[in-house]
Write a protein that binds this ligand. Sequence first.
Ligand SMILES: C[S@@+](CC[C@H](N)C(=O)[O-])C[C@H]1O[C@@H](n2cnc3c(N)ncnc32)[C@H](O)[C@@H]1O
Length: 268
Amino acid sequence: MTEEGLGEIVSALRESRKYRFLCGDTLERVARWAGERHSGRREIVKAAKRKLHQAYGAYLEGFNLSEIETIVEGVDPDWPDERLRETCLEILRRHASTEERIPFMAEAYGEIFRRVGRPRVILDLACGLNPFAFPWMGLSSDVTYHACDIDERIVSAVEGFFGRLGVEHSVECADVLVSAPEVEAEVALLLKTIPCLERQEKGAGAEIVRAVRARHVVVSFPARSLGGRSKGMREQYGGEMERLAAELGVGVEEISYPTETFYVVRKS
Ligand SMILES: C[S@@+](CC[C@H](N)C(=O)[O-])C[C@H]1O[C@@H](n2cnc3c(N)ncnc32)[C@H](O)[C@@H]1O
């Protein structure tokens, strides 16, 4: 496919209501993928949309980001902690991934940082709405929070949130399958995203854990699928993490909760 042809496919994807908020790198990556397998503009666009739906459709549908932006605009750094937490909970409940983490998020972050130390620089890859769990992370006020996601609306809401709180941050609209973030952090979070990345590119999960510039990478997997299926998932992901640890020659520790299993990967 020529560069001009590629540009046309990306523009067609941008015109769709569902995918226009995805970052340019993602649209281009998927357009290239479809162009290598199909011919004719219509067929390529159709295949690209199908691929985007498989990988991201379930996450992009069903939550209203403009409402979240409105809530974020009201955040006041002088609010008492309780009011800030209530507002963050309202946001966390709007995405399945963060909603099911609510009951144990304070305990999970406490346990994770007890093992790896409280980071001064943290990187949240494919962050979704997880940065709104910040009040439960127990991080110091001089932490720097780096985050990225492929959805521009998520990025803008998270950016607005940290800006209002006065937390040092950088939030990028970036596709981790195109380029791993350059920033160096003490801890990188890659929560509940590997299955979604693996549907895009086989081996992507291991590659990111390898490439990310952090001493500790905290990976998590859902204990059941979006459809509610749980059979064998924990064993499957546990096995994959063991293989990855052996391949990278690093240690892995497991922390389990009923709906999510965390793996702390010690790279140093
Ligand atoms: C299942 S959600 C998990 C969100 C968050 N990490 C959490 O656990 O609460 C997957 C997230 O990954 C993002 N995502 C998917 N593919 C990505 C990619 N290639 N690069 C960056 N972000 C991606 C999606 O936009 C979505 O916000």
